[in-house]
Design a protein around this ligand. Sequence first.
Ligand SMILES: [Fe+2]
Length: 186
Amino acid sequence: MKDAQERVEEIMGLLERSAGTAYYGEPVTQLEHALQCAQLARDAGESEEMVLAALLHDVGHLLEDEAAERHREIGVINHDEIGASYLLARGFSPLVAELVRGHVEAKRYLTATNPAYSHRLSEASAATLALQGGPMNAGEVRTFQQDALLVEKLRLRSWDEQAKRPGWAVTPLEHYRALLLAHLAG
Ligand SMILES: [Fe+2]
């Protein structure tokens, strides 16, 4: 594995370049979305791992993975799994990776259990749901309810939904360099 500093630069590079990419069907860029999501976690007084998971939850969309099936309008299919595997391989904690992995599951859970949530989903998010497996079935719902990180995964999901505000000025990317380094070198 590359040293921690190099891994931090790699992640920062991915995020910096995502300033040039729109967040599928939403009025913000990928970078704005990531920074707003992390800001919501910080504002809620969450742990550093939760903040990092929020910042990096869509990293799977930013990777040039040959194996990933990419749709122009909706991004990388399975970006949750791809992102989680990528973060584990870069030395992020299993907790951060698992939270990232869970953010699509959480959407599938909420659409199965909360009709009001389904109505609130943005058009783009509703369109990707079918490709992500659609709402969970009853068995999947029961399993997810036993998940040790249920509450955290749902919380991350709610920030994800909210992090689509055009023009919201939040803490800039540079702030997260030290946090990333502390996590990866720790
Ligand atoms: Fe997202």
